[in-house]
Write a protein that binds this ligand. Structure first.
Ligand code: SF4
Length: 365
């Protein structure tokens, strides 16, 4: 993310559903302190690492996401996400490509999981969402990897990327991290296609939600992600997230790290600008101009797409239309991923894509 505009309401805090926000762990200030200096001792918990029966049972008749496949993943069945009952992980390590309040100076401590409950045709992380690049990992081994990352890299938060199809394991790891003494904010980095029931379960285990809001166009969400109900599900999900955590709390000054709250992301799709304009209008009407919003121009065609426009990147004038609309609506807490070489070419520069077959997927190559 290259630029942040507007922070006039930085002191204002959440304006949406603060009913539950007070009940979460830690205030924003506390969260920031924790983010800077959370305990990084690897005091491994005395509790058992195994999934508690209740969490394990969530994999039977799986309803972890709104697909509600009803398969028994404990018996080796898999649903739309193509994952069974074993936790599978693609990468654990610092990532410097998130928004500044998450990346800070030492990176966001990401955990990427294999598989995905959305499986968008244009997925930017195709290797892990579709090709299952990754390996099985026990809870204790993932916990050790995370604790090592905290100690060695000093990451500012623990960022669970697309965790929803593994929520039972992720919930348990989140609990165990607390038992080690870590006070780093836990981030659930989500597609926006989550059920309210799962988010209610997540509430005590997470500080920051980072949801996408991909579509307002049902025909488009049906065609590209196989779920015509995405706009309705995402609206309910983001509403629940905001009721739990409020707006992201990192707007006091430009160097503030996020400790708690919600930041909504939207990636512009080439040739589908009306969808983006409508997404922004919907977010403004539902949550107001104080909603922290991240506008992303990074789309790159990873695999050949049936929708012709998706085989190119976003044009500069397409980006400008969406960006102008965000400014006209008056979003005050806006992160913008500006196209590079904005003035020298007709389309946004094809961005760097991670390669999850490498030990460090984000290393330059
Ligand atoms: S998590 Fe996977 S198996 Fe479970 S409901 Fe969602 S897509 Fe289906």
């Amino acid at each position: 993310m290259e630029s942040e505009v507007g922070s006039r309401k930085a002191e204002g805090g959440s304006e949406v559903g603060s009913r539950k926000a007070e009940g979460g762990r830690g205030t924003g200030e506390e969260g920031r302190r924790n983010a800077e200096g959370g305990s990084q001792e690897s005091r491994l918990p005395a509790s058992e690492f195994a999934l508690p029966t209740f969490f394990e049972g969530l994999y039977e008749n799986c309803n972890l996401c709104p697909r509600a496949c009803g398969v028994n993943r404990l018996e080796g069945e898999s649903g739309f996400c193509r994952e069974k009952g074993d936790l599978r992980v693609s990468y654990v390590g610092p990532h410097f490509g998130e928004e500044p309040p998450l990346t800070g100076t030492r990176g966001s401590g990401t955990v990427f999981f294999t598989g995905c409950s959305l499986r968008c045709s244009y997925c930017q992380n195709f290797q892990i969402s579709r090709d299952s690049v990754g390996s099985s990992m026990k809870i204790e081994d993932l916990l050790k990897r995370i604790i090592l990352m905290i100690k060695e890299k000093g990451v500012h938060n623990i960022n669970m990327v697309t965790p929803d199809h593994f929520f039972p394991h992720v919930f348990r790891v989140s609990e165990l991290l607390r038992e080690t003494g870590s006070k780093l904010p836990i981030v659930y980095n989500l597609s926006g296609y989550q059920s309210k029931a799962m988010l209610e379960m997540a509430e005590p285990l997470v500080e920051i939600y980072l949801p996408d809001f991909k579509y307002s166009d049902r025909e488009l969400s049906s065609r590209l992600s196989g779920c015509g109900d995405y706009p309705d599900v995402a609206l309910e999900a983001v509403t629940e997230m905001l009721e739990q955590k409020g707006f992201l709390d990192s707007f006091k000054d430009e160097s503030s790290l996020a400790g708690k709250g919600v930041l909504v992301r939207h990636m512009i799709l080439p040739g589908r600008i009306q969808n983006s304009l409508d997404v922004l209008t919907t977010l403004f009407l539902e949550f107001g101009s104080g909603l922290p919003l991240s506008l992303m121009s990074q789309y790159a065609p990873v695999r050949p797409q049936k929708l012709g426009d998706l085989n190119r990147s976003v044009k500069i004038d397409e980006f400008d239309r969406v960006y102008r609309h965000a400014l006209e609506l008056g979003f005050e807490r806006l992160f913008v991923q500006f196209p590079e070489e904005r003035s020298s070419g007709p389309t946004c520069r094809t961005p760097f894509l991670p390669d999850f077959r490498r030990d460090d997927p984000f290393a330059p190559r």
